[in-house]
Design a protein around this ligand. Structure first.
Ligand code: CTP
Length: 408
């Protein structure tokens, strides 16, 4: 939701200011317009020209700068802004915010700012743990329009290791994006399956598939941003994929049977279930408890069918619950997806065809068609998986609105 939004980036004088050009790039790449307001100390750490060039606008650092049309220009940023980010937020600027002090362009602008403000603290650990700073952070954290980000432990620029590092620009962007999203799914509980399952052959080998979980986690993030409470029943996925869904509850499973148990157990408490996982249809009848050694002869693995989670939820579904599946097909795509929609009693199915270049497993893009139980079909062009997730989230929101407005 950053596209077309007006973001003020307030920079105070901490060494992490060197990361702010990257933050501005991320925001502008996502389609936001940025204005920078920086303290004098901040401009010792990061060049004014860099900030002006990346934001394509003058940098506000002086209350009485001749290039400001009016001496109150930085204050009127609150009219322009949809959201403000203070990063890095030093102990000093946090103290000024908490105590209503306005003695330079940044602190004055912040005192006048009545839109959402994201604060990303950054300071030496001793300062971060000082009772005065703890109190100031607690104070601003209670204000309705302020979100204070965590300060992860790590190596600090001063050479110490500990709490007080600034949150990464990618994470600051995710929070900003979320705060700007209308809360159309507030109060909805979503259960989502994700990633591949692994079916053990012996303690070191398994049968699995190429699912990366990228689509599922991008979708979880989109739904969570809209206010939904998302629980992901997840097969193994890479940590950078997992990071997309920081605020979701993640329940880790390995096999299809574990995913089945975890999902069916929670379904009655869910308003919406979305089955993105690439569940293995078969598993070895028995998993050897020791490594199978080469014997010089043929080896036959006998496979038995796994339970179908989607079909079971389709049987359990109550009025008011929404069930959405995925289908990955190589041929006869739309017909096969229609058949699955009916057979599993789904309300919608998201079809990706492996025949489409750039769609399917392990890519950052996808091309989907969404089929609804009422026969409606929506075809989308090839897009980044984050944008596809947005399209799917829109349809899910629309369908869940319809369901909740129906008398039970
Ligand atoms: N699904 C599931 N449990 C299974 C198999 C599939 O929940 N054991 C779900 C998938 O998460 C997806 C939908 O059912 O939402 C369709 O999955 P897909 O693998 O395309 O269909 P299958 O029913 O397994 O049919 P086939 O593999 O024969 O195409």
């Amino acid at each position: 939701m950053l596209s077309g939004k007006h973001i003020v980036v307030g920079i105070s004088g901490g060494i992490a200011a060197y990361k702010i050009p990257q933050l501005i790039r991320l925001l502008t790449k996502a389609g936001a317009e940025v204005r920078v307001c920086a303290t004098h100390n901040a401009l010792e750490f990061v060049g004014e020209v860099t900030l002006r060039t990346l934001s394509n606008a003058p940098v506000y650092s002086e209350v009485f700068a001749p290039e400001n049309n009016r001496a109150t220009e930085h204050i009127s940023l609150h009219d322009w802004a949809d959201l403000t980010i203070v990063a890095p937020a030093t102990a000093n600027i946090i103290g000024k915010m908490a105590n209503g002090i306005a003695d330079d362009a940044l602190s004055t602008m912040l005192l006048a700012m009545n839109k959402p403000i994201v604060v990303a603290p950054s300071m030496n650990t001793n300062m971060f743990l000082h009772p005065a700073v703890v109190r100031n952070i607690d104070t601003i954290g209670l204000w309705d329009n302020v979100t204070v980000m965590g300060s992860p432990e790590g190596l600090l620029a001063c050479g110490d290791t500990g709490a007080g590092r600034m949150a990464e620009p990618e994470d600051i962007c995710l929070i900003a994006d979320k705060l700007l999203e209308p809360q159309t799914l507030r109060g909805k509980r979503v259960l989502l399956t994700a990633g591949p399952t692994k079916e053990a052959i012996d303690p070191v080998r398994f049968i699995s598939n190429h699912s990366s979980g990228k689509m599922a986690y991008a979708l979880a993030h989109e739904l969570e941003k809209r206010g939904a409470e998302v629980t992901i029943i997840s097969g193994e996925v890479a940590s950078e994929v997992r990071r997309r869904a920081n605020d979701c509850t993640i329940i880790d499973v390995t096999s299809a049977e574990q995913m089945y148990a975890a999902t069916t157990e929670r379904f009655s408490q869910a308003d919406i279930a979305i089955l993105c996982a690439a569940v293995a249809d078969y598993r070895p009848e028995t998993a050897a408890d020791r490594k199978i050694k080469r014997s010089g002869e043929e080896l036959t693995l006998r496979l038995v069918e796994n339970p179908d989670i989607a079909a079971r939820l389709g049987q359990l579904k109550q009025a008011g619950q929404l069930l959405v599946g995925f289908a990955l097909e190589t041929d006869n795509a739309e017909q096969n997806a229609q058949d699955k929609l009916k057979k599993k009693n789904l309300d919608a199915i998201v079809l990706n065809s492996l025949a489409d270049k750039g769609a399917g497993f392990n890519t950052d893009t996808n091309k989907v068609t969404i089929l609804l139980a009422n026969g409606e079909a929506m075809h989308y062009p090839l897009k980044d998986k984050t944008e596809v997730a947005r399209d799917i989230a829109e349809v899910v929101t629309r369908l869940s609105d319809k369901l909740t407005s129906l008398p039970l």
